[in-house]
Design a binder for this molecule. Structure first.
Ligand SMILES: Cc1cc2nc3c(=O)[nH]c(=O)nc-3n(C[C@H](O)[C@H](O)[C@H](O)COP(=O)(O)O)c2cc1C
Length: 397
């Protein structure tokens, strides 16, 4: 954890005093910890305690005449590798889940783009409350990693789930999170994303609603975990993740050429792009005019099957394909896996509402080369990205 920058966010639970000991443990291991407190956390522990032990100023007042103009929540957010909320109260989780930002902690959370971990602690009634459950599910689906509380005697005098996880457990989860963050070091990963545009005339094209979110999430997570990443993307509205080699293209043929160019050097290829299967037989040089009342027949020819081309030339590469289907999901994915000699296929039913194209979430089925089927629950594309990256051989976790 040496020199890792952690924003330790403390909210107003009785377990706030335990965050003091956790801070000591993190600092001892070499972490550079910046404590952030909710507006109410000072009722339990003073900022001075955290300031003395961390050696850094504590960010606890959103409106502080000296520092507010500097937008401290943005500065802290820009500089942290990880945000760790300990303890996470029911109220703070509610704010995080619903985008409320009325104090230093909640503002930092909204501004922060990196990984977030939370260790909740509360009375067992609060822990079981449906509103709290829903907030936690929401946050999980957005990639927040929870260190679940333990069962036992609670400060309020009752017994049940809700006690802050043991500090050693929190500490080792944070440590392994950082190890995971670098587990793809030395591995070269090629990712394709987005749709392709197959032109019909100078102003029209054939395409699909792929947003590119899945591929960009894979590229971003792979880069964050230390991988050397090249992202080949069809047209999307997304910003390429920082630190990733980026190649843009429009057509399936352009994407195919880029894949062939980068394939020999990569260790893993993850083809999440929704590549068009057909292109116009003839590209009209001028805009096709509408003739009143008349229809138009388009002649389409198949595009090059990129994964099939890859299967002919691949050597050591671990190749992952995606199958977006509207029927016979597993059967179609299995056929694609076999025909294209894939190491893994990610199948998703694009007819299901609320997942797939455009969405931040997805529900997928993984099938590996031994045809072992793994049904994953609905989760964020970022979480799916991490599960796929865990399958790459040689990653050091
Ligand atoms: C003595 C005392 C202990 C509390 N302990 C907890 C707790 O462990 N977990 C929790 O979710 N709320 C607890 N609360 C309630 C929170 O302090 C309250 O919801 C507060 O508004 C949370 O503020 P914050 O989440 O912005 O820090 C406690 C309140 C009191 C008075």
């Amino acid at each position: 954890m040496k020199n890792k920058k952690i924003a330790l966010a403390v909210s107003a639970g009785i377990a706030a005093y335990k965050a003091v000991e956790l801070l000591r443990m993190l600092v001892k291991e070499g972490a550079d910890v910046r404590v952030v407190m909710s507006a109410n956390a000072g009722q339990f522990v003073t900022p001075l305690t955290f300031e003395s032990l961390s050696g850094n100023p504590v960010y606890h007042q959103l409106f502080n005449s000296e520092r507010s103009a500097d937008m401290e929540h943005i500065r802290v957010a820009e500089n942290a590798d990880l945000m760790l909320v300990v303890p996470a109260t029911a109220s703070t989780l509610g704010k995080m889940a619903n985008g409320l930002a009325d104090d230093a902690l909640s503002n930092l959370y909204l501004a922060f783009k990196g990984p977030v971990m939370a260790a909740p602690a509360m009375n067992e009634g609060m822990w079981g409350n449906l509103a709290v459950r829903k907030n936690i599910e929401q946050l999980k689906s957005r990639g927040v990693e929870f260190i679940e509380p333990e069962e036992g005697e609670l400060a309020c005098g009752t017994t049940g789930p809700g006690r802050l996880a043991d500090l050693d457990r929190i500490f080792s989860r944070v440590k392994s999170r950082f190890e995971k963050l670098q587990d793809l070091r030395g591995i070269k990963i090629l990712v394709t994303a987005g749709p392709t545009h197959e032109p019909l005339d100078p102003v029209r094209y054939l395409s699909n609603p792929s947003s590119g979110k899945m591929g960009y999430a894979i590229a971003g997570q792979a880069q964050a975990r230390g991988g050397e990443v090249v992202l080949i993307s069809g047209p999307t509205h997304l910003k390429p993740p920082t630190g990733v080699g980026f190649k843009s293209c429009k057509t399936a043929e352009e994407m195919n050429q880029l894949v062939q160019e980068f394939l020999p050097e990569c260790d893993a290829l993850i083809m999440s792009a929704a590549v068009g299967d057909f292109t116009a037989e003839k590209l009209e040089k001028e805009k096709i005019k509408k003739q009143s009342g008349e229809g138009r027949t388009l002649n389409l020819v198949p595009t090059k099957d990129i994964l099939m081309e890859v299967s002919k030339v691949k050597t050591h590469q671990f190749v992952v394909g995606f199958a977006a289907e509207t029927q016979n999901l597993v059967q179609s994915a299995l056929e694609k896996l076999r025909n294209k000699k894939l190491d893994l296929i990610v199948a998703n039913d694009i007819s299901a509402p609320g997942i797939g194209f455009q969405s931040d979430n997805n529900q997928v089925t993984l099938i590996d080369a031994d045809e072992k089927i793994e049904n994953l629950p609905r989760m964020s594309k970022k979480e799916i990205a991490d599960i796929l990256l865990d399958k790459i051989p040689g990653h050091a976790r």
